[in-house]
Write a protein that binds this ligand. Structure first.
Ligand SMILES: [Fe+2]
Length: 371
């Protein structure tokens, strides 16, 4: 049986001005964002909304402590609608504020109580990667387990996902690169997920083609040509979000979580470390499953032989963003066992979507080969 859910309502708006005129921001709104996005694009339309800058509550990946601190700041303010304007971490945090009860945050994520939404939620991505605007997932670093953990529940689905290509203008190239590689991984992991369906495949395939063609264009025409592709990358990352929101991501995301959590490596960048290596292992373990179809699609898009698709992707991505070894982020050899333990004990939600189930030795050996 296949399940496919398409929610929220998706709006593609040319400018912030057009969005603000339609949504009439006011005193009943809570906006969670970054100052460098909010000031130039939204401040003149805010009309008394409560504004929270995520950076005022800590840097790095979002955590339960950050959410608790924001909650303590806004708990006595009445608001009926939450607007998250930012990258994936801001959207993941904003989702929680649409809930009637969100604290203790660790208890929420460890499913000690059920989430219930009682406010409208509008999510506006300012990167082209996470797809968080269309998924029912929020990922935080939890102090109780010293690791990232995802909460997946339809109560944190947005009412509106608003795509505004103009907002990508202020995105540094490195952030663009890491976030769009994340979106590419969403499209490819969801394509080979056991939960994929004819519906998710359509979004996965279109997203991977759009992103790879966009990368080829940038390599050919230089980083400045990126601005011609903002809309395509934004749409592709939302397509990939729809695909993985239904079919799930797998071992790449699971194995990157400990690196992201402990060494504060940005989400897309930490996925990038593991991506091609894991797919080469998948290829070895089960070359005749769905990966065969994937290789065909990728070889046509990249104009290379089916045997070389992951080497070819590696070469292309390296021109967009050079890749580091695990050691390059400060990890130690002892960490590799800890990372493996974390994947085995805490990342079951993601590992169940892996193309081939990976045992402890295989996981450890992948970490070791990338060390
Ligand atoms: Fe991701």
């Amino acid at each position: 049986m296949n399940n496919f859910k398409l929610s929220p309502e998706i709006i593609l708006s040319d400018t912030c001005e057009e969005f603000c005129e339609k949504f009439k921001i006011g005193k009943n709104d809570l906006i969670i964002t970054n100052e460098y996005i909010y000031k130039p694009y939204f401040e003149s339309y805010a009309n008394g909304a409560t504004v929270i800058y995520r950076r005022d509550f800590g840097s790095g990946e979002p955590s339960d402590k950050m959410v608790e601190a924001i909650y303590n700041t806004v708990k006595d303010i009445n608001f009926e609608r939450v607007l998250g304007i930012g990258g994936g971490s801001i959207l993941d945090v904003a989702k929680l504020f649409a809930l009637e009860k969100l604290t203790p945050v660790c208890d929420l994520f460890e499913k000690k109580f059920k989430p219930a939404k009682n406010k409208k939620l509008v999510l506006i991505p300012t990167t082209c990667g996470t797809g968080s605007e269309v998924t029912n997932i929020s990922v935080l670093h939890l102090s109780s387990i010293n690791s990232k953990l995802g909460l997946a529940d339809d109560e944190i689905l947005a009412d509106y996902a608003v795509l505004i290509p103009e907002l990508l203008e202020v995105l540094p190239f490195k952030v663009f690169a890491a976030s769009s590689i994340d979106a590419l991984i969403h499209s490819i992991e969801s394509f080979v997920s056991p939960k994929s369906s004819v519906f998710t495949e359509m979004y996965s395939i279109e997203a991977m083609k759009m992103i790879l063609n966009g990368f080829k264009n940038i390599v050919q025409n230089g980083n400045d040509s990126l601005r011609n592709h903002f809309t395509d990358f934004l749409i592709a990352s939302t397509y990939a979000g729809i695909a993985f929101g239904n079919a799930g991501c797998g071992a790449v995301h699971a194995m990157s979580y400990p690196l992201g959590s402990i060494y504060h490596v940005a989400h897309g960048e930490s996925n990038y470390v593991f991506f091609t290596e894991i797919f080469k292992i998948y290829q070895k373990l089960n070359p005749n499953g769905k990966i065969k179809r994937l290789n065909k699609i990728l070889s046509e898009t990249l104009d290379c032989s089916e045997e070389n698709v992951f080497d070819e992707i590696e070469n292309l991505l390296y021109k967009i963003l050079p890749k580091k070894s695990l050691k390059g982020y400060g990890t130690t050899e002892e960490d590799l066992q800890l990372f493996t333990d974390n994947v085995i004990t805490k990342q079951g939600r993601l590992m169940s979507n892996a193309y081939v189930s990976l045992d402890r030795d295989t996981i450890y050996n992948i970490y070791k080969s990338l060390y």
